[in-house]
Design a protein around this ligand. Sequence first.
Ligand SMILES: *[C@@H]1O[C@H](CO)[C@@H](O)[C@H](O)[C@H]1NC(C)=O
Ligand SMILES: *[C@@H]1O[C@H](CO)[C@@H](O)[C@H](O)[C@H]1NC(C)=O
Ligand SMILES: *[C@@H]1O[C@H](CO)[C@@H](O)[C@H](O)[C@H]1NC(C)=O
Ligand SMILES: *[C@@H]1O[C@H](CO)[C@@H](O)[C@H](O)[C@H]1NC(C)=O
Length: 183
Amino acid sequence: MRSLLHFFLFLIIIKLVHGRCDADDLSALLRLKKISPPPEAFVPPKLLSWNSSTNCCAWDGVTCSTDGHVIRLDVSGEFLEGGIDNSSSLFDLKHLQSLNLSFNCQVGKGFPIPPAIGKLTNLRYLNLSITCYTGQVPFAITRLTRLVTLDLSGNYKPGYTQLKLYNPDLSTLVQSLTELREL
Ligand SMILES: *[C@@H]1O[C@H](CO)[C@@H](O)[C@H](O)[C@H]1NC(C)=O
Ligand SMILES: *[C@@H]1O[C@H](CO)[C@@H](O)[C@H](O)[C@H]1NC(C)=O
Ligand SMILES: *[C@@H]1O[C@H](CO)[C@@H](O)[C@H](O)[C@H]1NC(C)=O
Ligand SMILES: *[C@@H]1O[C@H](CO)[C@@H](O)[C@H](O)[C@H]1NC(C)=O
């Protein structure tokens, strides 16, 4: 009887620590994992270790809320450049509060920031530093009104257009992102 009680206590504690991965979020992460890195020699270290038979809340780079929604994702240095376009399943992770895409620029091509980034309206931290992103920052970014930290630095590639802030311009951006503390 007592050991049964201990067993259930154990289960409850495990659930509090990790939460069970939400089914929709799991599906989005597995689709993200399928992005093949451009040059075959590059191996995405975190994505490759993601194993669908284990709880996604325990995966490298993934943090969940207690109810199993993915709230933090650190996929920095995973050779994702160009693989994150508007249709990426990344933008289905609706509960994300922190997204680190930094250091995903090894190939040296330029890509526009996908406007679908505007779907992640719960984001507080967004790191797009050194991601090969060029051209106009999409207007959809002004929908991320909870952002506290936005890092767009290090996206200069010789021979490509740099990131531009015309529409939205800097003042529109700062007026929309009222919680912003660090840009
Ligand atoms: C995934 O995890 C299962 C169970 O722990 C293990 O048997 C399997 O080998 C793992 N697969 C990979 C690709 O690591
Ligand atoms: C990515 O961002 C997180 C903050 O969310 C930070 O802890 C981590 O160190 C960052 N990774 C890199 C490679 O800078
Ligand atoms: C990207 O997706 C958003 C909706 O998430 C849509 O409004 C927009 O038109 C799309 N843009 C492109 C270039 O496909
Ligand atoms: C964003 O990521 C870069 C590279 O990993 C890191 O150097 C930088 O400190 C991060 N920015 C913020 C605001 O955390």
